[in-house]
Design a protein around this ligand. Structure first.
Ligand code: R5P
Length: 287
């Protein structure tokens, strides 16, 4: 087995290879003047199980990169191709939201059939429940819930867990169960990618410590609306925790400006909130 660090996940790939005591190599990636990509392996992949580690935030170029790498590895005689995509993009577009719109998750699933196996962490599966059924290749869906619960238990005291919308129950409820706390899952209405409304009805959060738990912070509007409502209802201290910290459009800074004490994510995506390490989780699943 060889662990290959692709452009977005070199640090994580190195950690995984260390934990597994398996060799590490970086994918060489460069750009032509017209922005076309060029990739090359720096190691021999013939007859090997090749594990490509690539997180798919800001995904478009990163997807081309791993597809080029995958086809090249096959051409060069790799025995088995495993894609570790700690953050798997495009899963939220899982139905035809507009009568003539693209169901992006299904197209991605078809493209990724070049791999023999897919490993990812907490994919946003809402309408599709099984990765295996969607991708039609061997797939492992890992969860960072236990790691998040351990972190909250260690660092945040006497907190109530809030899930900002119905889709967040998979994280908020599970994390709350693990730390033997209480979870409240709210209702969200999304108008556009940057406009959501969240209402917390009939609840008194006066003097309470709140941890908002969700899978993804992208523009941060889901978290921001939840934080505003919780503040309005008297919450004392508010912290935000997510699996995948995309933090598009300065979401991290905007949340801080709202008075959020701590913002924490896992390191599926490299960012300044990445305090929870998932390399052990991935290494275990590759054993
Ligand atoms: C969607 O339901 C997800 O669970 C997240 O709540 C959502 O993706 C967060 O997006 P944003 O940060 O842009 O509001």
């Amino acid at each position: 087995m060889i662990i290959i660090g692709c452009s977005a996940s070199k640090d994580l790939a190195k950690k995984i290879s260390k934990k597994l005591k398996k060799p590490y190599s970086e994918l060489f990636v460069s750009k032509f003047p017209d922005n076309e990509l060029y990739v090359r392996f720096k190691t021999n992949v013939k007859n090997k199980t090749v594990v490509l580690v690539q997180s798919l935030f800001e995904p478009n170029e990163k997807i081309i990169e791993i597809l080029f790498a995958a086809y090249t590895a096959k051409d060069l005689g790799a025995k088995k191709l495993v894609l570790v995509a700690p953050y798997l993009a495009y899963m939220r577009q899982d139905k035809r939201f507009h009568p003539s719109g693209c169901i992006s998750s299904e197209v991605i699933a078809k493209l990724f059939r070049v791999f023999d196996e897919l490993i990812t962490i907490d994919p946003h599966l809402h309408r599709h429940h099984s990765l295996r059924k969607l991708f039609k290749i061997k797939s492992k869906k890992l969860s960072a819930n236990s790691l998040i619960a351990d972190y909250i238990k260690k660092h945040f005291k006497n907190s109530i867990i809030l899930g900002p919308d119905e889709e967040s129950y998979q994280w908020a409820k599970k994390v709350a169960e693990k730390i033997k706390s209480h979870a409240i899952v709210l209702k969200k209405r999304r108008y556009t990618s940057r406009k959501v409304r969240i209402k917390i009805k009939g609840m008194n959060l006066k003097g309470k410590n709140i941890v908002v738990v969700d899978d993804i912070i992208s523009t941060g509007h889901t978290m921001m609306e939840t934080v505003k409502e919780a503040k309005h209802l008297g919450a004392k201290k508010i912290e935000c925790v997510c699996v995948h910290g995309i933090f598009a459009e300065n979401a991290y800074e905007k949340l801080k400006k709202l008075g959020v004490k701590r913002i924490v994510s896992t390191n599926t995506i490299p960012n300044k909130a990445a305090k929870i390490d998932v390399s052990g989780l991935i290494a275990d699943s590759l054993k």
